[in-house]
Design a binder for this molecule. Structure first.
Ligand code: NAD
Length: 378
């Protein structure tokens, strides 16, 4: 049984899908580990580190995937990279499958069994495999650190002989995993923190972290959570009411961090141009949803925009801005899943195709797209 770890080809991707720690674990499972040269560079892991853990270094991706039973990635390989895979090889990564018909067809055509880690059900057994949580947690932390870097003032209230500096007012929009970590981080730095979300369950979580909850709490709000615990797309009417409340609140904020997502849908637009223009010069907006279309109307992916003195930050791949930590957690998420795909006795791949984790995450198998949610449109 061979496990291969590939370098990421996307320029913004700094993370890697295995660390020396997990390489050792794969070897202990009875696998050979092959790592593409340079795979760990962005995360501060050298080829020598992987070799010391027992891996063999392959000069190219094609060398690495040759004879591999399991291929580990952070991002979905492009069509042009799907060369030299063994038919039936397992390919695991963050596949970003929504609206990607052509890419899914390419995975099927390559005859790989592709698994999308972000589709992992949020059940107790799979918590250790939850890449959305592990990465969002770091992104929420980093968003606050990035905000403090852009903000020309102090976060905590400081009483000095020369006078008092007020605490920064920080507003977090979307109180899921990233938002809750952003709340906790901003509170630790001494900011005055408020937060909003459309899920009623978020209110208590926000308050338990010592932040104030700000939302229109009408009948629609009380129903606004799917059985899976995700946000629903809200009606235009609700969005208008919420926008009015938020508009008045944002005008008084120094830092706004937006994290609102709806799985498989574009990010909701929560911060309009007018709202940005209502903020004081020197204020900062961090848009963590910028890669999903953005929560802020004027955020630009990959840029820090200065709009009338307000900085709107649209960093790409925010977890990758903490590449070592993000890789360490992601690699453990992947290992925990791979462990369930292996027979320890025979030391070989033995996928239980009817396992709920497999059914939820498997996109392609035997040359076909098998996931019911991603059947190509006619
Ligand atoms: P997410 O990344 O999908 O979205 C971020 C947040 O944005 C969510 O809280 C969502 O409700 C909110 N949002 C969406 N539209 C909004 C709008 N218009 N205005 C304001 N906020 C908006 O969410 P997530 O971090 O993946 O968490 C989703 C849910 O899953 C949460 O309930 C979380 O606690 C839960 N969860 C469960 C587990 C588990 O049980 N294993 C693990 C992680 C998360």
């Amino acid at each position: 049984m061979r496990v291969a770890v590939l370098s990421e080809t996307d320029k913004v991707e700094t993370r890697v899908a295995a660390t020396p720690e997990t390489v050792k674990k794969y070897i202990a499972l009875g696998a050979d580990a092959v790592v593409q040269s340079g795979a760990g560079q962005g995360a501060g892991i050298s080829d020598a580190d992987y070799e010391a853990a027992g891996a063999v270094i392959a000069p190219t991706a094609t060398d690495a995937v040759k004879d591999a039973d399991i291929v580990l990635k952070v991002r979905r390989p492009a069509k042009t990279e799907l060369l030299g895979y063994k038919p039936g090889a397992i390919l695991i990564g963050i596949m970003d499958p929504y609206g990607q018909d052509a890419a899914l067809k390419a995975l099927a055509a390559a005859k790989v069994s592709a698994f999308s880690m972000e589709l992992m059900p949020r059940i107790t057994r799979a918590q250790v495999m939850d890449v959305l949580s592990s990465q969002a947690n770091l992104a929420g932390y980093r968003a606050v650190i990035d905000a403090t870097g852009e903000y020309g003032r102090a976060m905590p209230m400081m009483m000095t002989a020369a006078g008092t500096v007020p605490a920064a007012r920080v507003f977090i929009m979307g109180a899921g995993v990233a938002g809750l970590q952003a709340i906790a981080t901003a509170r630790r730095l001494g900011a005055v923190v408020t937060a909003t979300d459309v899920r009623p369950a978020a209110k208590e979580q926000v308050e338990s972290l010592g932040a104030k909850f700000v939302a229109v709490e009408d009948e629609e709000f009380k129903q606004a959570e799917t059985a899976g615990g995700y946000a629903k797309e809200m009606s235009a009417e609700y969005q208008a009411k919420q926008a009015a409340l938020v508009a008045a609140h944002i005008a008084k904020q120094d830092i706004v961090i937006t994290t609102a997502l709806i799985p498989g849908r574009p990010a909701p637009k929560l911060v309009s141009r007018a709202m940005v223009e209502s903020m004081k010069p020197g204020s900062v907006v961090i848009d963590l949803a910028v890669e999903r279309g953005g929560n802020c109307e004027i955020a630009v992916p990959g840029q820090v925009v200065d709009h009338h003195g307000v900085k709107i930050v649209g960093h790409l791949n925010v977890p990758g801005r903490l590449a070592a930590s993000a890789s360490a957690l992601y690699a453990r998420n992947l290992y925990a899943f791979v462990e369930t795909l292996i027979d320890r006795e025979t030391k070989s791949v033995a996928v239980k195709w009817d396992d709920e984790l497999v059914r939820a995450t498997c996109l392609t198998r035997d040359g076909a797209i098998v996931h019911t949610a991603f059947q190509p449109t006619a």
